[in-house]
Design a protein around this ligand. Structure first.
Ligand SMILES: [Zn+2]
Length: 260
């Protein structure tokens, strides 16, 4: 069975630490910092056996060099020469077995063009998804490199995963995202209920993550662009914008959030 712990980094990043019952081996996802990873592994008596990277941004990759300096371990990540230290470049079609678990690699361009996500459906537990900066709880990544069409198609790919998938995002943005979700759908009771729960968790210094796809379907406006309430809110916010298809609704919603 895989155990997953959050290591806090920088202001609001999470580096996810994966370990397996009965083993001292562990993996980290998106180590933007090495020191915090070393400290966590030391306190848990774990040894690093590999690194997974979702995209090229520095706050997800800066720890690679220090973590691999004295370790001969695989670093999996996008096939992008800009990221130094990747030893197994992935193009988004592979399956990968690490820590005794098979992960499917999903190509998820939009936030960046090289973005990939890692999905596993272990026998004894709910499925898990490491989606970097593509999907956040109650939100989604900014479009730094890709188009609205690309991001929407990436999110649709994630949407099609089993609804009990546990979603491990790379940032603690949930409360800020919920403020926007509430502005889009003020009458959605699930947003209010979830917000109260997240406020409590954050007051206790606990992560709001992982989320689940099932929950995101009820509260995340970016996964709800087919809902009448969301389309109406986007139309009211940007009355002059043409909204003739899902990508245009998504693009207008993302643009609204960028200025929120
Ligand atoms: Zn990023």
């Amino acid at each position: 069975m895989i155990h997953i712990q959050a290591i806090k980094a920088f202001q609001d990043n999470y580096i996810w630490l994966l370990s397996e019952s009965g083993s001292q081996q562990c993996l980290v996802v998106d180590p933007g910092e090495a020191d915090v990873v070393e400290k966590a592994m030391k306190s848990l008596n774990l040894a690093l056996s590999g690194v997974l990277i979702t995209h090229h941004h520095w706050d997800h990759t800066n720890g690679i060099q220090a973590l691999t300096k004295d370790r001969n371990i695989p670093v999996y990540g996008p096939d992008n020469a800009e990221i130094s230290g990747i030893t197994y470049p992935l193009n988004g079609t592979e399956t990968l077995t690490v820590l005794g678990t098979e992960f499917n690699i999903l190509k998820t361009p939009g936030h960046t063009l090289d973005h990939i996500a890692y999905f596993a459906n272990p026998d004894q537990d709910d499925p898990i998804l490491f989606c970097g900066d593509t999907l956040f709880s109650a939100g989604c990544g900014r479009l730094f490199e890709g188009t609205a069409e690309q991001m929407l198609s990436s999110l649709n790919k994630l949407r099609s995963l089993p609804k009990n998938t546990r979603v491990y995002c790379a940032h603690e943005y949930t409360l800020a995202n919920l403020a926007f979700a509430r502005a889009v759908e003020p009458a959605n009771p699930s947003i209010k209920e979830y917000r109260n729960k997240v406020i409590q968790l954050r007051e206790q210094g606990r992560p709001s993550l992982p989320s689940s796809l099932e929950l995101e379907f009820t509260i995340n406006p970016f996964l709800r662009i087919d809902q009448h309430s969301v389309i109406t809110a986007v139309k009211e916010h940007a009355p002059c914008t043409v909204l003739s298809n899902d990508a245009e609704v998504f693009g207008a919603l993302r643009h609204w959030k960028d200025q929120f």
